[in-house]
Ligand binder design. Sequence first.
Ligand code: ATR
Length: 270
Amino acid sequence: MKFAVIGHPIQHSLSPMMHHANFKSLDEAHEYEALNIDPKHFHHIKSIISERNLDGFNVTIPHKERIIPYLDALSPAAETIGAVNTVKIKEGKWIGYNTDGSGFVEGLKHRYPHLQDARILIIGAGGASKGIAYALKTISKHPITVANRTLERLNKWTFDVYPLDLKEVISNIGQFDIVINTTPLGMDQSTESILNLTGIPQHILVCDIIYTPFETPFLKQARLNGNETYNGLDMFIYQGAESYEIWTNQQANIEAMKERVLEHLKSNQN
Ligand code: ATR
């Protein structure tokens, strides 16, 4: 079978490496390539994909919303979140899914086995936050709280979360068991942590969806404060594994995928 990831830029994507590690471990001769699609050429997407005879593809930044008008159907999650990271092509029909949020939650379940009992705070209200909040809502016994700088953004969501002003987070943080940063702050090592976590209660598991850098300033502050931390690597691995399962109806080899990506990240550490 043939797969790809579309994005712009795409040359640094670790998806081909991760998927090839999975194919190899399962002894499958599938192919997976990275396709750089400039937004100004996106209207050619149907012919670009069709001429490659793909069975499915991943969609990454900046095309996760732009792809939707080209799809024949959407999964309920993709429809509610309004973003697609996985497309399955079956008998010429394009079906869109979102495995980012479910991937994050699947990974987190392994780290925090009683996830359904945890009181969870998500920071940020972009597409990544929405996917994670949607997936958490399906398993959590508690309402999901979402904190953002611009609270009005949450009014447009089509499912309920408990809104919290970003300025109120630190004074309320002790109520939560898990705090997840979904804002892009920290992608650049020089950026400050979105919150000052010094002095927060140590029972809180502090998470970030970023994995390059492996430890963001947000996670570093939490670790130095004595908290457990969890970065975005598992989210990347599990979203890829779920894509593979959607395309092939077969289970992915999570360990092989993670081992390969970790090996690459370690060899590129300065
Ligand atoms: P994505 O879709 O990748 O999740 P996005 O839609 O660009 O990303 O959303 C980014 C999130 O980070 C938003 O919640 C944004 O807050 P606003 O809605 O108030 O813009 C948040 N964010 C980005 N930069 C920020 C900053 N400097 N301080 C606080 N929040 C920030």
